[in-house]
Design a protein around this ligand. Sequence first.
Ligand code: S3P
Length: 461
Amino acid sequence: MAAGLMTTAEEVFGLTATRSGALRGRVRAPGDKSISHRALILGALATGATEIRGLLEGDDVRRTAAAMAAFGAGVERLGEGHWRIEGQGGLTEPDDVVDCGNSGTGVRLIMGAAAGYDMVSLFTGDRSLRGRPMMRILKPLGLMGASWRSRAGGRLPLALQGGALKTIAYQPPEPSAQVKSAVLLAGLNADNGIEVFEAEATRDHTERMLRGFGASLDVVEEGAGRRIILPPGQKLTGVPVHVPGDPSSAAFPLVAALIIPGSEVTVEGLLLNPSRIGLLDTLGEMGADLSVSNIRDEGGETTGDVTARYSALVGVEVPPGRAPSMIDEYPILAVAAAFASGRTVMRGIGELRVKESDRIALTAAGLAACGVTVEEEPAGLIVEGCGHNGKVAGGASVTTHGDHRIAMSHLVLGMAAQAPISVDEPGMIATSFPTFVAMMRGLGADLAGETGPATGEDGDA
Ligand code: S3P
């Protein structure tokens, strides 16, 4: 690293989780990250005001808010989680590079939205995002008529030239809500609408929210997949948005309660969209004592309060077809599996290799360092459970490569293991769950240390 860019010793932060007493309490999960990004982007594309409540104020979403301001929307924070977007009915050219930080969702959805306007926009991100594949959206955007210049392999930083777009029918080769959403957002400006077919259904927030903003689209179930047809001439109008609690973040306190003896934790106001709750189904099959109460409709989504109690878990084989509905939850599922009796087999999860980090490799390495027997496959992970009596050794320092979910998963592991577990770059937890440390401490977890900033550049090897 060049002189002047070095981090000093005082700037090296870490968090350590130590075997904790029973966790108890009721908490509210932070706002859903996927819905938060979409509320800001659709609010900017729409005409008029979009008032958002419950917005996740993590670094990823704040970057998207700043990006929407750079693309010409009025963006105002009115209070905690309460934001107002004044949409201009479209985007205008930013006068500087748009930095999406750590967020794949942010950069991919924004590029899709920007592709339909005759302007040049420049995108970059942190060291993780600069290494992630963008061809998956550049290819369909290119077929529609947009062009770009990027680093090798379609990596960021890149320049996108948008303009008049042609209609296409597109089938993403990988199950990806981000790709589907980028194509749909670009399709708002295609000459004759857009059609996307996904062979495996992924989270459907873009479709639901487009309707909420006044678009009409057809969604046809076809086997395990869906065909989405967005006709031309859509007009989006600003609407109030209520953001439900994020099931991907709630997974951490819920799994912690399942593996720490005597625990009982309730997470309130959780999004229960079927395309997001594969983890709850899987934990149920593992014998988890989970109950859902207060089920209600909030702004077009079903929400509820989920209670988890300490449970004797058993290993299971997770159906590969369930992967899209729990894609971000495999690292924390692997932690639950470490405390189960028997083996847990997770397959069909190759997409985990291109997330904020290679999550198959880092989960396998972290668990192995903590004394758990793990087998890594190209698109799978097999965990030999140590039983539910707290017999996971722990006692490791885990390298997270700046991945928030790898950090939180190993901290939860440390709360139930025999010896403490430390993680590096804990500042990155703030990308998706800025209140994680305070919330877990409030429930009774023994977490020591400081998180530091979410720079995404510290700890570069
Ligand atoms: C997301 C889609 C998923 C998920 C990500 C959020 C979204 O990514 O991992 O955290 O909001 O559309 P992929 O589309 O790459 O699977």
